[in-house]
Design a protein around this ligand. Sequence first.
Ligand code: ADE
Length: 255
Amino acid sequence: MLRFDIITLFPEMLVPLYETGVTGRAIDRHLTMVNCWNPRDYTDDRHHTVDDKSYGGGPGMVMKAEPLRDAILDAQDATTLSPSKVVYLSPQGTKLTQHKVRELTLCGQLILIAGRYEGVDERLINEYVDEEISIGDYVLSGGELAAMVIVDAVTRLLPGALNCELSAVQDSFTESLLDYPHYTRPEVFEGQRTPSVLMSGNHESIRKWRLQQALGRTWLRKPEMLNNLRLDPERQILLREFIHAYEKNSTNVSD
Ligand code: ADE
């Protein structure tokens, strides 16, 4: 069981996680639990203040440390599942990768802090956060969507979460290559034919074609991924063929 505890001022944003698709089903199957903790419930002033002006001045508000700390401590007290990790979602964090997602599946409890406003008091991060994670080089108006991305990406790797276990294994990135293209009926869509090899019933040819497409797409779209790979002789040949065909084609086009 992997338990996600999300600390958020907007728990209603996370409702689709419980109700929909792979994440909803994983909860039904008792593979995961998702709980929300609202820092507003950890305030004792009349206005339930969770933010305050930034020391030093400037625009925007900062999330106060105490309500966040008390929410984290309650989330930690709510379970004996371990290891427990506290993650703060922010654009300043380490970029999320499939490797990191796989690492997070080993946790028993993941406490995800979704910040709002200009961010959270730095001392809360120093004292209570194990890791700061960004889901990409852009700025969201809060960490909730980023937390949902982590819940989704982690959940689908848990054994029993997907209806087809092979999907997770065969995914792009998992095999260190981008995915090959997929086709389904009809055979011809707006004049575009499905590649004939896929209709051939020859499983070995199909395997080779897919592997070649995966290699070729990686070379075209994310060549840096190939630098970290040692291609076996079959892959080297398939990629060489792909590059040769591609270069021949682009020469023809510019001629
Ligand atoms: N909060 C705001 N922007 C974010 C991002 N890019 N990743 C994670 N959390 C965020």
